[in-house]
Each structure stands twice: as C-alpha cells, then as structure tokens.
Ligand binder design. Structure first.
Ligand code: NAI
Length: 556
C-alpha cells in the first residue's frame, strides 16, 4: 500500500507526508525524517532546476519530477510560469522531441497504433482514471516547425497538457496525452537504433482515417464528452480531420483555431498602438499552412464583422507558401488555401511581395528560420510608421527573425511578437519587450470552459470571444514597451478570463450541459486545480474493477 502512496505521481506527497500519515500508511522509514511544506519542496526543485546547465537537462529533471509527484511539479510550475513554461513547452520541448528516444525514461500517456485496430476501446478502458476530460492527441506528423518526428512527438501532448493544468487549473487526473503512432516518413528517425516508435512508413488513407475514426469514437465511448484537441498533425490531415469532427464531437484543432484566435488577439492589441482600424489593414501571411490559414480565417471573419463584404475581407489576406504567392491561377491549390487565392500575377520573393502588396501586418508561420531578412524588415519599416511583424514559427531556431533583428531593422518601430519567448531587447536606450504570440494563451482557457460548464462543442464564436478576452488582458503598460501579449507570469489570469468568455458563448449558444451558475466568474475560478496537497489522505474502498487507487483523498 505504501508503494502506491510513494509511487503514484497523482497522490505522492514525498517528504510532505505528515508523521501521522507516515505512521498510518506504513511509510515510516521510507522517507527522510523531516516533514516538509510544499514551499520547502518547491525551493529544492527550483534550486535543482537552476543548477542544471542546459534547458534539456532542466526539462528531463522536471519530467522525472512530474512522473514522481505531480502536485509538486505543478505547484512549482504554477508559481514560476515565466521561468519554467519555456522549459516544459516551446522552445525546449522541441529539443526534447528531437531527443525523445534518448531521454525517454518511463511511459506517460497512451500510444495507439494500427495494431490495436478493432480494440482501441479496450486500450482506453485500461487507463486507470475514468474521469478524463481532455485528450491532446498528435500523430507526430508536424512537430512544431521540426517536421515529421513520429512517436518522438509525444512530448507535445504532454507539454500542452502541462499548460492546461498550470495555466488553466485543469486537474491533472483529467488529462490524457495520446500518441497515434502511425509510423513515420522521416527515415533518419526510423533508422535511429534507439527510436521507440513503429519503424514503418506512415499509414496511408483510408486505413489512416479509419484508425483516427476508431480512436475518436472510442474516446467518446470511454470518456463521454471528452474534449479532443488535435495537435501537430501535418496539414494534409489536419484540415480534413477538423472538418470531419468539429460539428460532431467536442474537439478542436489547436494549430488552426487556437492559433487563429491568438493571432487575432495580437492584431487587436497592435492596433491599440498604431491607432488604426482592423478594416483598414492589409495582411501578408508568410506560410499558408495550419497556423496562418487559421489566423487568416478568423481575421477575414473579423473584417466581415467590421463591415467589409466577404470577398473584400478575403482580399485583404495575402498568402505566400513554398511555391510563391497564393493566386487563383495556380494549379492544384489545396482546399484550405483556395478562399485566399488572389487574382494576381505570380510573385516570387518575399521582398517583392512586401513592396507590391504593401502590407501593414507581416505574419510568419512557415517554419523557415531567417526568412524575414533585413531588407524585408526594412521595407516594412519604409511602408509603415509602426510595422507589425509576427514571427510565429517554433521553436526559436525556426523563427522567421529574431526580436533583435526586428527592432534593429526597423529602428525600434516594429511591433513584434514571436511564437517562442525572446529576451527583451534594448536599442538606443529603449527596451522593447517581445510578446509571445502563442496559442498557449488560448487553449488552456478553452479547455477550462469546456470542463467547468460541460460545453459540448467548441465553436468559431468561442474563438472570437477568446481572442477578445486575450486582447483585453494586455495592459497599457504592456503596450508602452511594444508588447502585445501579456507576460507569461499572467498566463493563469489570462486562461481564467478566456474561459469565462468562452463559457459565456457556450451558454448563449445552448451548448453547455451544466446549468448556468449564478456567478460564472466565481464558478470558473473555483473549479481550478491549484497544485496543493489535500489536507490528508484516508483509506477508501477499492473499486470493484480494481481500477481506482486504494486511497481516497479527504479534502475537507
Ligand atoms: P504547415 O506545415 O501547415 O504550414 C507551413 C507553411 O509554410 C506551408 O504553407 C508551406 O508551404 C510554407 N512554407 C514552407 N517553406 C516555405 C518557404 N520557403 N517560403 C514560404 N512558405 C513556405 O505548418 P503550420 O502548422 O502552419 O506551422 C508552421 C509554423 O508555425 C511551425 O513552425 C509551427 O511551430 C508554428 N506554429 C506556431 C504557433 C504559435 O502559437 N506560435 C501555432 C502553430 C504553429
């Protein structure tokens, strides 16, 4: 029994077990004699993390802690978001995925493979927790800007769920990371002798779609109402799966919809600095994949709301992909790009496109490092008093430009945001703070709203509300240093505000199962997990199927 108490990461308190608990549960002798408060444990964790010399070592230390004591892991994370989010999430999680087969120590989450066809339900049923509320699932097809990493992409669902808990206060027992291991087309990964995933090319359609269908159906059967977040799928699958499930299952695609809402929020905040109206802007998107098409879709809808006819709203959004400008004359344009195809002659080169289109916003989500060259940034500065530049690609090594490059090339006039964190830049005596334009400001709040109010679907209107809520969290003080996203330290506050806004829409659209609480704000906030130990444990009945821990938690 004491083994459970020390080795189940969801209930383990480590040195925080009281003398009475140690005595009652037979833990005497298994722990050093001193009883610690969680604050003391956290101080040790922080000292250990800070003593590590590389971000990846810090990541590994924290991953081991999460596997040992989740309460302490989250208590530490919640209290130190600005310092630790870049370790458990982008950029370090990118390195962790690249090295996954080397740093792997113990399982976390579920691995679903084509070999489980026909009995995925049974696999899900074996998960020890019944009350799963959020599944983050990837097939490893497009991990950050790093491409197809196969099963090594498992770090992404784990990292995203860590943010659900730390930022939104979702109970970790309600989170399930899932890797749909359908093989990988990345030969270097497949040939790595330490690679842990299936060593086969990616499953092709229709078998691929059938596997996803069985997984999504099984997830709904085993965990009714569960929110399924599709994460880091390659765009050949992402748009199709979003269309397939968005209206029938509580689900969303974070890279498309979450990024879209984040991007729109950043634009609203940038306009507070420039003083312009959304309806007067021209947007040049560099990269026409999930992230940028997600932003373009919500921005064009916002332009319509601002009074522009639909066709004109789309004409304000110009896209460049690996083949050049997205134009109507191009053969075999994928469906997700078609609404944005412009009647224009082909253009090659970003600089030419900037000079021709004269965008007020330049938004990079291409995975192409250094694509925003000095001449491109200088052209943006020539055309705009305050050019707005987003370099959203992750991890940091893939950003279209660095913060320093953006401020220097524009003489400090750029309003710059990036997908991964950048340190403040001082230029000619003024310090510029780069806002982190990342969907981590959106998805945790969406998930919290779904769980707190029993939302059955996630809708476009909810993303609008989320974008407005996020923009509303940017203070006048943030804007004075050109920062258009709240600092990471405020992510918890942001997630709560986003959750309330999303829940409001859920009630307005009659999509909430839970009756509307009298005080929605208080309800959402009170439903948050705080990362603290329950006052004491007591023995509970073992559940008949043996699936529950033999310990129950007394919280009163
Ligand atoms: P994707 O694979 O769907 O799209 C990539 C796009 O970039 C494609 O349209 C492709 O044609 C284009 N591209 C590639 N090479 C190019 C080149 N040389 N010139 C112009 N375009 C080029 O990928 P997705 O999901 O859109 O992600 C792209 C990047 O955005 C990744 O680095 C990802 O990490 C990042 N991202 C950032 C998010 C954030 O919250 N900051 C959220 C989602 C993605």
């Amino acid at each position: 029994m004491n083994q459970d108490l020390l080795h189940d990461p969801l209930i383990n308190k480590g040195t925080a077990y009281s003398l009475e608990e140690r005595d009652r549960f037979g833990l005497e002798g298994f722990l050093p004699p001193r009883v610690e408060r969680i604050e003391e444990q956290t101080a040790r964790v922080l000292a250990a993390v800070r003593a590590k010399s590389t971000p990846l070592e810090k990541y590994c230390y924290l991953a081991a802690l999460q596997n040992e004591n989740e309460t302490l892991f989250f208590h530490t994370l919640i209290g130190n978001l600005a310092e630790l989010v870049p370790i458990v999430y982008t950029p370090t999680v990118g390195q962790a995925c690249l090295d996954w087969s080397r740093i792997y120590e113990r399982p976390r989450g579920l691995y679903i493979t084509p070999h489980q066809r026909g009995h995925i339900c049974d696999v899900l049923r074996r998960w020890p927790h019944r009350n799963i509320g959020i599944i983050v699932v990837t097939d490893g097809g497009r991990i950050l800007g790093l491409g197809d990493l196969g099963a090594n992409g498992m770090g992404i669902p784990i990292g995203k769920l860590a943010l659900y808990v730390a930022c939104a206060g979702v109970n970790p027992a309600r989170c399930l990371p899932v890797m749909l291991d359908v093989g990988t087309d990345n030969e270097a990964v497949r040939d790595d002798p330490l690679y842990l995933g299936l060593r086969q090319p990616r499953l092709a359609r229709p078998a691929y779609d059938a596997l996803v269908e069985e997984f999504v159906t099984a997830a709904q059967d085993v965990f009714p109402g569960v929110l399924v977040q599709f994460e880091d799928f390659a765009n050949v699958n992402a748009f199709r799966l979003l269309a397939r499930y968005r209206d029938s299952v509580c689900s969303f695609n974070d890279d498309i919809q979450g990024t879209g809402a984040m991007g729109l929020a950043g634009m609203y905040s940038a306009l507070r600095i420039t003083g312009g109206e959304l309806a007067d802007q021209r947007f040049l998107f560099f990269g026409a994949g999930e992230a940028n098409v997600g932003i373009g879709t919500i921005v064009s809808a916002a332009l319509e709301r601002a009074g522009l006819p639909a066709a004109e709203a789309l004409q304000r959004c110009w896209f460049i992909d690996s083949k050049g400008l997205v134009t109507s004359g191009r053969a075999e344009l994928p469906e997700h790009k078609r609404p944005f195809a412009q009647d224009h002659a082909p253009l090659t080169g970003l600089l030419t496109a900037v000079e021709e289109i004269r965008p007020t916003f330049l938004i990079g989500a291409s995975g192409q490092a250094a694509a925003f060259t000095e001449p491109v940034l200088a052209a943006m500065a020539r055309l705009n008093e305050r050019p707005v530049v987003f370099a959203l690609s992750n991890p940091t090594s893939k950003a279209e430009c660095t913060a320093e490059q953006a401020y220097r090339a524009t003489q400090g006039r750029a309003i710059f945001a990036a997908g991964s964190p950048f340190a403040p830049v001082t230029w000619e005596g003024k310090t510029y703070v780069t806002g982190q334009g990342n969907n981590s400001y959106i998805f945790p709040g969406v998930g919290l709203a779904v769980l707190a109010c029993g939302l059955q679907r996630v809708t476009d209107e909810m993303y609008f509300a989320a974008a407005q809520a996020l923009a509303g969290q940017v203070t006048a003080e943030d804007l004075t240093s050109s920062c258009i996203f709240p600092p990471a330290a405020r992510m918890r506050e942001v997630a709560a505000e986003v959750a309330v806004a999303v829940a409001e829409v859920g009630y307005a659209q009659h999509l909430a199962l839970a009756p509307r609480p009298r005080d929605l704000v208080a309800h959402v906030r009170a439903s948050r997990y705080e990362g603290i130990y329950p006052p004491r444990y007591c023995l509970a009945q073992e559940s008949p199927d043996g699936s529950m821990s033999s310990f129950g938690i007394v919280t009163a």
